[in-house]
Write a protein that binds this ligand. Structure first.
Ligand SMILES: Nc1ncnc2c1ncn2[C@@H]1O[C@H](COP(=O)(O)OP(=O)(O)OP(=O)(O)O)[C@@H](O)[C@H]1O
Ligand SMILES: Nc1nc2c(ncn2[C@@H]2O[C@H](COP(=O)(O)O)[C@@H](O)[C@H]2O)c(=O)[nH]1
Length: 205
């Protein structure tokens, strides 16, 4: 009996404003073979954000209901709003043999690590804190006080990069994409991923 290999779960995480969304959009444009999970959030949509495309926008009650019904792989409260990853999409897509990427903050990534250690955890790092501030301010989507809160979070998030499998610096978007593509295509192989792969060899008749 032949086995169908499950997809691989990639977790791209890092401080707000480092460029996770930008890098994911650039990877999509390249046609990198990944499926992109759409998160649920209680945050208000920004100008131009579309429900079901950028996020599933939910009320706090709806979000709580999803938590209670175990509909989320992970969730976190981040600077006053809730964010979470719908579990069904991730499970079904991995089961179908396709790779999935989550673009999430650090508390959520560490929850996924506890439940799903075979995932590949990538920390996207800024070239400097000054550059991070420039990027998040330049995006123009947050008030000055929210930017300060996000930068305070960033300092503690950066200290947690040791828990990841890879740290990729986002100095330049295409260079960061090259590094992530090398991880996704398996040019850099995490040991636990290889162990999983070779374990499955013994399942084949
Ligand atoms: N390598 C880069 N060089 C210069 N600017 C960048 C780079 N990557 C992203 N940016 C810019 O930084 C800003 C923040 O990027 P982006 O919104 O992708 O960050 P993010 O990590 O997804 O943020 P959040 O977690 O808050 O959603 C954007 O204005 C984007 O154009
Ligand atoms: N733990 C989770 N974090 C998530 C999820 N979706 C997005 N995020 C992260 O939240 C912050 C803020 O996002 P923003 O859109 O308000 O700028 C950022 O770091 C996102 O990556 C999720 O499902 N779970």
């Amino acid at each position: 009996m032949a086995f169908r290999e499950k997809g691989i779960l990639f977790i791209l995480s890092g401080p707000s404003g480092v460029g996770k969304g930008t890098v994911c959009r650039a990877l999509r444009k390249r046609g990198t073979s990944l499926k992109y999970s759409i998160s649920v959030t209680t945050r208000e949509p920004r100008k131009g954000e579309i429900d079901g495309v950028h996020y599933f926008f939910k009320s706090r009650e709806e979000f709580k209901g999803m938590v209670q019904n175990n509909k989320l792989l992970e969730w976190a409260e981040y600077v006053g709003n809730f964010y979470g990853t719908p579990i069904d999409y991730v499970r079904e897509t991995l089961d179908s043999g396709q790779d999935v990427i989550l673009e999430i903050e650090v508390q959520g990534a560490l929850q996924v690590k506890k439940r799903f250690d075979e995932g590949i955890f990538i920390f996207l790092a800024p070239p400097s804190l000054q550059e991070l501030k420039k990027r998040i301010t330049g995006r123009g989507t947050e008030t000055a006080s929210l930017i300060e809160n996000r930068l305070t979070m960033a300092k503690s998030e950066i200290e947690l990069m040791q828990h990841y499998d890879y740290v990729v610096e986002n100095d330049e978007v295409q260079a960061a994409c090259d590094r992530i593509e090398a991880i996704v295509t398996g040019e850099h192989c995490k040991v636990s991923r290889l162990i999983e792969k070779y374990k499955r060899f013994s399942e084949v008749d």
